[in-house]
Structure formats: structure tokens, C-alpha cells
Ligand binder design. Structure first.
Ligand SMILES: Cc1ncc(COP(=O)(O)O)c(C=O)c1O
Length: 407
């Protein structure tokens, strides 16, 4: 039973809405008062209601390989249906170590440095929770993926936002140096970057290494689009930099790599001491992740072309989409990586990005994501994000509609 409380008590303690008193249910004092439904849900819902082509949320519009599906059924039928070990199935951790050896030429210890998580989102949350104490500052580059800020705030951390430089979304390293204070505990980076597609350079890695040298600052590197880079670029993982690697949690997602976002399977690679702390959180967050799916992915990873061909697969889609965009009034720079393409429209109208995204969904039946939602202060650089991880026919139809749009 809840103790009887008076309105004055709740007001004093910060509970401002008293409607619950009529129902004898104490209202929750929100830890995230400013967080509502994400724009991804809102735009996907609108796309569905309007029967629009949904280029908003970042998920593939095609199915994963049937071989992978068969492997899951196979392992289910063989009885692999109970809890996996907390750190992940040994077979999958070994396969991830092997993939890391093949792609980055470095060795990671599957037992003490790799943890399988329920999507990269869980890995990010666990790493933030494991390292950020109340009052610690966390550097976040904006525009930023939306899960970082709430995780920082739930740990009592203070996000310090640093804008990426327009128009290419590169990093202003002098600005970063001026913002890293003695209270900084964690720097979150994302390469290839969502939403801009910016891919970190070796100079970016060197600049970051110089900033964190001799400081007790950890790095959380969100590399979920690690296998989607274009025009011959190379993804530079933080694992490939010996100094940075010692301080980094590197997170990735099989959802993005194998077109299985609904399976929510990701992983985190970090040095042993950091992994110990990450696992303490993971252990009580989800404990472990779907057993048959882990086993299926482990076997599927054996053929390296399955992830190495991903850049070429998506480059064809990026090129097709960008070619069609040339016949629209939007301005754009082709994405360097990820499966998103940004477009600029500030030269066409003063309309807010949210209004334009809604209008294009309703009038032209193409849904996108307004970029202001990736900024803490809702800055509006007059840009929209389109996801091109869709079937070619769908992309062509969307382009046809965008070409006819009256912006
Ligand atoms: C930059 C970034 N990080 C993390 C995630 C989440 O990955 P997962 O679905 O594996 O949790 C996404 C998904 O859109 C993303 O774009």
C-alpha cells in the first residue's frame, strides 16, 4: 500500500501534477521529463497512416538472407532455446574476434574483451552506465543519435554538446579542446555517422588521441555502420589505434550488417578492465541475448563476403538515390557511409524541417526525418534525412514523388 500523502508534500518534493491523488496512485516523478515518443515512431506512424513510402526510420525494406533464417530454425530445433551465457555464446564471441582479425588485423580476446548485447543500444547504455558518475561531463557531437543523452542523464551525467562543422559534419578539434574540462569522463563518437554519413579520418583519430592522452577519459565509439562506407573509403575503428583502444568501448550491431534490426543483437569490444565493468551492468540489464540467434550469426559470420560485400551493396543504392536527387531542387553531398542521405532545402523555403517532413509525407507520400531532432537545442539547419536501405523500386518511386514536390 502507498502511504497517504498530502498535496503539499508532493509539491515540496517536486511532484507537480496532483491528478493522481484522486486515484490514490502516486504519480511518477519522471527521470526524463523532456523525453516523449521518438520522432522515428512518430514519422513511421504518419507514413503508415498516409500510406507514404517510409524513408524515415533506419531499417532495411527487404528481408535478411534465408540462409540466416534457416540457421536460426536449425539451432532452435536442436534445442538451443535456453539462456545463453551472460557474456554471449562462446562461438559468437570467437566469430567476432575472427571478424576483427580479418577486417582490422588486430587480436581481441573473446573471453575477456567481447560482450554480446541486445543490440548496440544496450551496449551503449551499459558502457555509459558503467563509466558515468553523477556530475561527470560527457562529450557528445551534434547532431547525435538519440539514445546517448537519456542514458547520460539517467546516470546523473552532464552532456556537453559540440556541434559538428557544416557542411560536411567534420569535427572542429580546437572547439573540442576548449570544451574538455577536468570533469570530462567520457567522449562519445559515431563513425560512420548517423545522420550525416561522415566517416572519421586518421587525423580525427590522432586529434582525439592527443586530447585524451594522460587524462582519465574513456571513449565510447558507436560503429554500427562499420561495414557501410563508400567511394573506396576505409572505416577506421578506434580498435585500430593502439592508444585509443586502451580506453575505448567499441559497439556494433548485427542488425545493420545483416539486415536484422528486429533481432536486436550487437556487441561491445573493450579492454578487460572496461569489459568487467560493462558486464556488471549488462548482467542486470538483460543478462543475455537470444541463444539460437547468436549461434546462427556465429555460423553465418564464417563466410566473410557476407559482411565485406555490404559497402558495395549499399553504394549502389546510395548512387541510385543521389542520381535521382539531382532532378529535385534539394542540395546534397553524397553520404560517405551509413545508409542515410541528408538533403538541404534552406534555399527553397523557411519552413521548419518538421513541418516540411510532415508536408512531404502527407502531400507527396514520402516520409523522412527532420534533422533538428538530432540536436539538443532543436537547431534547424533546414535538412531532412532519407534512409536508402530500401528496395530499388521503392527508392525510384520515392524519387519520382520528390521530383514532383512543390517545396
Ligand atoms: C548510430 C546508431 N547507433 C546505434 C543504433 C542502434 O543499434 P541497435 O538496433 O543494434 O540497437 C542505431 C540504430 O539506428 C544507430 O543509428
Amino acid at each position: 500500500m502507498f502511504p497517504l500523502v498530502t498535496g503539499a508534500y508532493w509539491q515540496k518534493s517536486g511532484y507537480t501534477h496532483l491528478s493522481f491523488l484522486h486515484q490514490n496512485i502516486p504519480e511518477v516523478k519522471s527521470k526524463l521529463p523532456n523525453i516523449g515518443q521518438t520522432i522515428f515512431t512518430v514519422m513511421s506512424q504518419l507514413a503508415q497512416n498516409e500510406k507514404a513510402i517510409n524513408l524515415s526510420q533506419g531499417f532495411p525494406g527487404f528481408d535478411c538472407d534465408s540462409e540466416l533464417q534457416k540457421l536460426v530454425s536449425h539451432f532452435m530445433q536442436k534445442g538451443h532455446n535456453q539462456y545463453a551465457p551472460m557474456s554471449g555464446m562462446p562461438k559468437l564471441r570467437e566469430a567476432i574476434a575472427e571478424k576483427t582479425r580479418k577486417t582490422l588485423s588486430i587480436n581481441v580476446d573473446p573471453d575477456s574483451e567481447i560482450t554480446v548485447t541486445s543490440g548496440a543500444t544496450e551496449a551503449l547504455f551499459a558502457a555509459i552506465t558503467a563509466t558515468v558518475h553523477a556530475g561527470d561531463e560527457v562529450i557528445v557531437f551534434e547532431p547525435a543519435y538519440d539514445s546517448y543523452q537519456p542514458a547520460i542523464e539517467l546516470s546523473g551525467g552532464i552532456p556537453v554538446f559540440i556541434p559538428l562543422t557544416m557542411p560536411d559534419f567534420s569535427i572542429d578539434w580546437d572547439l573540442v579542446k576548449s570544451k574538455v574540462s577536468d570533469k570530462a569522463r567520457l567522449i562519445i563518437i559515431n563513425t560512420p555517422h548517423n545522420p550525416s554519413g561522415y566517416v572519421w579520418t586518421s587525423d580525427d583519430l590522432a586529434q582525439l588521441a592527443a586530447i585524451v592522452e594522460d587524462k582519465c577519459i574513456y571513449i565510447l565509439s558507436d560503429e554500427v555502420y562499420e561495414h557501410i562506407v563508400f567511394d573506396g573509403r576505409k572505416h577506421l575503428s578506434l580498435l585500430s589505434h593502439p592508444q585509443l583502444r586502451k580506453k575505448s568501448f567499441v559497439c556494433s550491431s548485427f542488425g545493420k550488417t545483416f539486415h536484422i534490426t528486429g533481432w536486436k543483437i550487437g556487441y561491445c569490444i573493450a579492454p578487460k578492465a572496461l569489459t568487467v565493468e560493462l558486464r556488471k551492468v549488462h548482467q542486470y540489464l538483460t543478462f543475455s541475448t537470444s541463444t539460437p540467434m547468436q549461434l546462427a550469426i556465429a555460423e553465418y559470420l564464417e563466410e566473410e563476403s557476407r559482411y565485406l560485400k555490404l559497402s558495395a551493396f549499399y553504394q549502389q543504392k546510395r548512387d541510385l538515390f543521389c542520381e535521382g536527387l539531382k532532378s529535385t531542387p534539394f542540395k546534397f553531398f553524397p553520404a560517405q557511409g551509413s545508409f542515410f542521405q541528408l538533403v538541404e532545402y534552406g534555399h527553397l523555403t523557411d519552413c521548419s524541417d518538421l513541418d516540411l517532413a510532415v508536408r512531404l509525407t502527407k502531400e507527396n507520400k514520402v516520409a523522412s526525418i527532420p534533422i533538428s531532432v538530432f540536436y539538443s537545442g532543436n537547431q534547424d539547419p533546414k535538412m531532412l534525412r532519407f534512409c536508402f536501405a530500401k528496395r530499388d523500386e521503392e527508392l525510384l518511386q520515392a524519387l519520382d514523388r520528390l521530383q514532383k514536390a512543390n517545396i
